[in-house]
Design a protein around this ligand. Structure first.
Ligand code: PMP
Length: 282
């Protein structure tokens, strides 16, 4: 069953209720997180809540609840939903106030939904996805998980309209990340991904993959690379909460490696699946 939570209680799913003067609605003045649950257990919830706190601090937003309470609400929502493989989406808006640019003194508002996870179709994992390179037109604080996603959704829409699955952003000649994912490449057996800076969101799945690579003795370089270098890589993949570890078979119709998922990508995907599967017995 779908679950909706708003402000301080569970409510009937889909009921319209957001005031027109909610600042999330009018200004995009808010932050969010997306957490995947595997067999009812939320994955890396502490890391998500830590990132939420960091986003909140960056925009001087007071969270409506302490981290422990948010964690309890997530658990209760998942239990109520009975959905084993779920996506928990939650956002904190600064609150509702007469429309003025400066921050008002009002309470922030949390909204949360639980829905069945809808991962990319199976063949995207076995065959790989197609990506396209686009100019990164976002602001300079991409480490904040802001609900302002216009440049991201415009890029995704352009990618999909062109027959691709994901847009990969390029800023000042360097690859940053995907429109809703982080980007990895493999060359000469080593793993490469852009460093954690203000130009990317520090993905929770990225963190998990970096850790797995360490455990598996795969060399890792967190260094900037150029789009031409990415296209010449042996393998490439994206990571995100919803897509997990998703191989890239081509970028702008140029095949990556042999144009199908490579061995390092497959090993990391298998290890990630092992790790998330292992939550079931927790
Ligand atoms: N970068 C951007 C811009 C994203 O929107 C996302 C997905 N929310 C990610 C990276 C991946 O982050 P995560 O692994 O935490 O889902």
């Amino acid at each position: 069953m779908n679950i909706d939570f708003y402000i301080d209680r569970f409510v009937e799913p889909g009921r319209p209720m957001v005031p027109i003067e909610d600042r999330g609605y009018q200004f995009g003045d808010g932050i969010y997180e997306v957490i995947r649950a595997y067999d009812g257990v939320p994955f890396m919830v502490e890391e998500h809540l830590f990132r939420l706190e960091r986003s909140a601090a960056a925009i001087h937003l007071q969270l409506p609840f302490p981290r422990e309470r948010i964690s309890e609400i997530i658990d209760e929502a998942l239990t109520r939903s009975g959905i084993p493989n779920a996506i928990v989406y939650f956002q904190i808006s600064r609150g509702s106030a007469p429309r003025k640019h400066q921050f008002p003194k009002v309470d922030s508002v949390m909204a949360l939904t639980v829905r069945p996870a809808s991962p990319p179709p199976r063949e995207k994992y076995s065959e790989g996805i197609s990506a396209t390179l686009l100019t990164d037109e976002r602001w300079a604080n991409c480490y904040i998980k802001s609900i302002n996603l216009l440049p991201n959704i415009i890029a995704k829409d352009r990618a999909v309209a062109g027959g691709h699955d994901e847009a990969i952003f390029v800023r000042d000649g360097h690859v940053t990340e995907g429109s809703s994912s982080n980007v990895f490449a493999v060359k000469g057996g080593a793993l490469h991904t852009p460093p954690v800076t203000h130009w990317i969101l520090n993905g929770i799945t990225r963190m998990a993959v970096v850790k797995l690579a360490g455990d598996m003795d795969i060399r890792l370089h967190e260094e900037d690379f150029r789009p031409e270098w990415l296209v010449s890589a042996d393998e490439a993949f994206i990571t995100s909460t919803t897509a997990e570890v998703l191989p890239i078979r081509a970028i702008d119709d140029k095949p990556i490696g042999e144009g199908r998922p490579g061995p390092v990508t497959k090993k990391l995907l298998a290890a990630f699946r092992d790790q998330t599967g292992s939550l079931i017995s927790k």
